[in-house]
Write a protein that binds this ligand. Sequence first.
Ligand code: NAD
Length: 294
Amino acid sequence: MEKIGFIGLGIMGNPMSKNLINAGYSLTVYDINKESVSDVVKAGATAAKTCKEVAEQSEVVITMVPDSPEVEEVVYGEQGVLEGVKSGMLFIDMSTIAPATSQKVYQSLQEKGVEALDAPVSGGQVGAEAGTLSIMVGGSDAAFKRALPILEVMGKNIVHIGDAGAGQVTKACNQVVVGMTIQAVAEALTLAKKSGVNVEKVREALLGGFAQSRILDLHGQRVIDRNFEPGFKVKLHRKDMNIALQTGRDLSVPLHGSAIVAAQMDALLAQGDGELDHSALVLLLEQMANVAEK
Ligand code: NAD
């Protein structure tokens, strides 16, 4: 079994790294947050002091950090991954970042004889814990084949989309669908609420018809339970909508619906609600419809 390094042990990285440990992999881990590190060390990982040390101790390095600047910091920063890599290693970035950044990182690592994959995920904290993430991969065939046994510990639907950056483009498409579906569910449940009908029964009825979706199921339940603990933070989904909108602008693809959802997320951020789960989009609609709970 290849020795794995894991950088970024937050909501997603924590259960993903623990699943790898439970599958028998030996893990060297790093996170800027010491508490996140100690929890995974308790589960059997070894802590490293820097990203460079993670790379030195590993054959495969996985990253799961918030955004493009953090991936750049991890790779190019002082005591970063690039300082510790050896030819023949594999780097797998599972964060959601800009496709152009994935391609830049791929090039830099190629120059050191290191293969790189962009492998962002969908399925949320629940999928990360269950090891059932959907994983969308960009990079070479050889790197994909090598990574597959490792990815299979963390996910179920693992698709090699194309060259470097193709996984991130796929994830941007995913976030467009997820963002607009959350908005649709929020609008439907707010309409039900103001109409005075039973919101729980509306969800139940819709789940049996053409409007059925995992978002109606899971986020619909969150709305009913008033549970906006993340999950997936609004501020991270806003970051992903920006990636989608920028990609749309670069290619002259009008993404009207995505722009509206992104503006709704901006309003939540402006109200200080960026740390809430993205299902909290419903809170804005409830305010605007004057059915917010006091
Ligand atoms: P998170 O904020 O919970 O975790 C990110 C972790 O990275 C934190 O522990 C943080 O301390 C660490 N970190 C930040 N900068 C670092 C650096 N320079 N070096 C080392 N560690 C650093 O975020 P998350 O929800 O786990 O999301 C991680 C990635 O996965 C994001 O790109 C997100 O868009 C994506 N994602 C999240 C979900 C979800 O449901 N949470 C679902 C799919 C994809």
